[in-house]
Structures are given as structure tokens and as C-alpha cells.
Design a protein around this ligand. Structure first.
Ligand SMILES: Cc1cc2nc3c(=O)[nH]c(=O)nc-3n(C[C@H](O)[C@H](O)[C@H](O)COP(=O)(O)OP(=O)(O)OC[C@H]3O[C@@H](n4cnc5c(N)ncnc54)[C@H](O)[C@@H]3O)c2cc1C
Length: 363
């Protein structure tokens, strides 16, 4: 799957990339994969793979059920597609919110789970799954092992990979971003946004009031962004350069300037900027999950009504699930997350009920 969108970031009180190998190893004892020692592991009742809306709500529900949750995402910020593709857009079909901005919904989900202190492993892709005695062992791309009594896969479209800027990738994290951090980090900066899609124009619109200058550069004349947003941006102080591309990025250690090539004429101009947002789109791929023995049909995991996948101790919820009549929406993912956690509860703690009781009864 590809989409002409840039991967963005949630701001506010969202957790940031944390939970590196050293931290995880400090947290738990040594476990063994059968006869094979695998080193230190983080212990959890449930591991949630994917910190999109479904995964974040699953983290809340796990806490509500008294389960210790770890939540892993390959992205450095929580929020899944919302954070990656439309953090500034209003969402109108989440129950209880007549309208909610994408990033505010993610912040609220993080806040809702926070009292139960889920352990975030951001920037970790779940790569391997093994069954060990009465648990599963999941290994991350950073070599962290999580031993859990159950896994809930809330992996959505799969792992996002941003399309790189053809030049200047060495400045990633030094002024160049594929993920836009907190808007405040761009206050008073001269910002270059590369791309002509919704994300590029959403960021231009959001940054214009607080950055010193915003320039959008797009290699074509036409834009794929929503017409209304394009009109707003064109009517603002944002400078829009079309038929143009970034020819060179320069700076000593940090981005300081770019050279823009106007393709039809070959003319070059230098812009002094401190930040580049490359909103060039991304690819998404189930990647390692395809080797976990799951019943995958058309890039989705077939589940039962309990959200069980057929692989022992492994459940799924959210966009990644498939069954007749499936509707891929945030609201559906919330319901599936509750179903998955509550059906995992008796697997984790034999004797536990599927029905959690009513949260309104908790003081
Ligand atoms: C532009 C746009 C607008 C939308 N508007 C709406 C709307 O108005 N209303 C609505 O209901 N829905 C909307 N949607 C759909 C909505 O965003 C999705 O239904 C929702 O995000 C699905 O949530 P999820 O948690 O299941 O998956 P995602 O949001 O896709 O999150 C999955 C997460 O899993 C992670 N992941 C995947 N594989 C791994 C792995 N192996 N290891 C670690 N992490 C992994 C990914 O990095 C990602 O962060 C919109 C979607 C788009 C693209």
C-alpha cells in the first residue's frame, strides 16, 4: 500500500520514543525460548503491537482489567495513521466527540491509558514471535524481548516507511524530519515543506502562524491536497514554489540552507532555512507479521468474533483484522480492542471472566 502522505507526529503529552534495550533489560529477568537462552526480557501480561487508536484503547482496557501492558510501535510516536497522516484534521465520527482534532484524540487516548502506566516501546518493530511454556516471546527490531501471556496485534496497515528526500538524508534528525514533532518546535524557524499532498499543505497551514517563514516546494504544478486547504495556504504568507525540487541541503551539522532547482528553466535559488519537513508519502507493509503463522488474507489477519487469530495467545484488533462485514474505522477498532482484551483476560488469568464489569462502577 502506498499513500501520498507524510508520517507526522503527535505532540502534547504523548509519550516519546523510549524503552530502549538497556531499559528493557533492566526491567526483567532472563527467560528461555525452550532450551535456547534468549537474554533479558520485559515481562508483561499483554503485549500490544501497534500504538494506533486501537492499540492505545487496548492499553487502557488492559489496565482496566488489571493487566500489565507493554505497547510496541515501529514509529517514534503513538497514534498510528492519525498521527502519521492527518494529525491536524478534524474527525467527526468518533462516539462522544462531535468533532475532534486528530492529535487531540491521540493525546486523549494516551491520557486515558496513562493511569495504568503501559510500558511504551516506541521505535521498536515487532519482528519475531515464539511460544515459550505458558507465554509468548516477541522480539523487537532493536533486540528487546517481551515475554507476555498474550499478544494483541493492532498493526493497522503495517509498518510505515517514509519516502526519503532524494538528497540531504544525512540531516535526518538535524533539521530534516519525516515526522513533524510538536508544532512548538518550529516556532520562529524558517521552514521548508517538500510535497504537494494533504500533509504538506496541512503542515504549511498549521506552521504558518508560528514559524518565521514557511515555503512549500513541489515538483509539479498541480497539488493533490484538498482544494480548500490549498486556497487557504495560497492566500497566506506561505511561499509556494512549483515545478521545483530540493537540489542540495547544506549546513554544518544542522540544516542551514537549501538550493532549490526550478526544473523547467534550470534556475537555482538558495533559501536560508533551519527546518525541512519532507512530506513525500510513505509505504506500509505487514513485514515480519507475515511470518507469524497468522491467517492473512489481502494484507489483513482473519479473526474470530473473539478477535482470536487462531495462533495460540495471539489476538488482533483494529484495521488489521478481517471478517465478513468488517468496517475499517476508529470506532470499530475501539470495539474490537475491548473485545480482544476481554477475551485475552481468561487466557492470561484462567478463571477471569470475559465480561469486565462496568467502568462506571469503579470509583
Ligand atoms: C487520511 C485519513 C483519514 C481518515 N479519517 C478517518 C475518520 O474520519 N474516521 C475514522 O473512523 N477513520 C478514519 N481513518 C481511518 C483510521 O485512521 C483507521 O481506521 C485507524 O487509524 C486504525 O487504527 P489502528 O489502531 O487499527 O491502526 P493504525 O492507526 O494503522 O496503527 C497501527 C500501528 O501499528 C504499527 N505497527 C504495524 N506493524 C507493526 C510491527 N510489526 N511492530 C510495531 N508496530 C507496528 C504502525 O506503525 C502503526 O502505528 C482515516 C484514515 C486516513 C488515512
Amino acid at each position: 500500500m502506498t499513500a501520498d502522505e507524510e508520517i507526522g507526529q503527535a505532540g502534547g503529552n504523548a509519550p516519546t520514543a523510549a524503552g530502549g534495550r538497556a531499559e528493557a533489560e533492566a526491567l526483567a529477568g532472563v527467560v528461555a525460548d525452550g532450551a535456547r537462552p534468549v537474554g533479558a526480557a520485559l515481562e508483561a501480561d499483554v503485549l500490544i503491537v501497534g500504538a494506533g487508536p486501537a492499540g492505545l484503547f487496548a492499553a487502557y482496557y488492559a489496565g482496566f482489567r488489571g493487566l500489565k501492558a507493554a505497547i510496541m510501535d515501529s514509529l517514534p510516536e503513538p497514534g498510528g495513521q492519525v498521527t502519521a497522516m492527518y494529525p491536524e484534521k478534524m474527525i467527526f465520527d468518533v462516539g462522544g466527540f462531535p468533532s475532534v482534532r486528530g492529535r487531540d484524540l491521540v493525546d486523549a487516548l494516551v491520557a486515558q491509558a496513562a493511569p495504568f502506566q503501559p510500558h511504551y516501546l516506541l521505535g521498536h518493530q515487532a519482528t519475531e514471535l515464539a511460544h515459550v511454556e505458558d507465554a509468548v516471546l516477541v522480539t523487537s527490531s532493536q533486540g528487546v524481548h517481551v515475554r507476555a501471556k498474550a499478544v494483541i496485534i493492532t498493526g493497522g496497515l503495517g509498518t510505515f516507511t517514509p519516502r526519503p528526500l532524494p538528497t540531504g538524508s544525512e540531516y535526518l534528525g538535524h533539521g530534516l524530519a519525516y515526522f513533524v514533532p510538536k508544532l512548538d518546535d518550529y516556532a520562529g524557524m524558517d521552514v521548508l515543506i517538500v510535497g504537494g499532498g494533504d500533509s504538506a499543505f496541512d503542515w504549511a497551514q498549521s506552521l504558518e502562524p508560528l514559524s518565521r517563514s514557511v515555503t512549500v516546494v513541489h515538483r509539479r504544478k498541480g497539488f493533490r491536497a484538498h482544494e480548500h486547504t490549498v486556497s487557504n495556504v495560497l492566500a497566506s504568507s506561505v511561499k509556494v514554489l512549483v515545478d521545483s525540487q530540493v537540489a542540495e541541503v547544506s549546513g554544518s551539522g544542522q540544516v542551514e540552507a537549501v538550493e532549490i532547482l526550478h526544473t523547467p528553466t534550470g534556475e537555482r535559488q538558495r533559501l536560508d532555512i533551519q527546518r525541512i519537513v519532507a512530506a513525500l508519502g510513505f509505504t506500509a507493509d505487514l513485514g515480519p507479521l507475515t511470518h507469524w503463522g497468522l491467517n492473512i488474507q489481502r494484507r489483513q489477519i482473519v479473526v474470530e468474533t473473539t478477535m482470536a487469530t487462531g495462533v495460540e495467545r495471539v489476538f488482533a484488533a483494529g484495521d488489521i483484522t478481517e471478517y465478513p462485514g468488517k468496517v475499517r474505522l476508529i470506532a470499530t477498532g475501539f470495539g474490537e480492542a475491548a473485545t480482544a482484551v476481554n477475551n485475552a483476560a481468561p487466557v492470561i488469568n484462567p478463571g477471569a471472566h470475559v465480561f469486565p464489569g462496568h467502568s462506571s462502577n469503579v470509583s
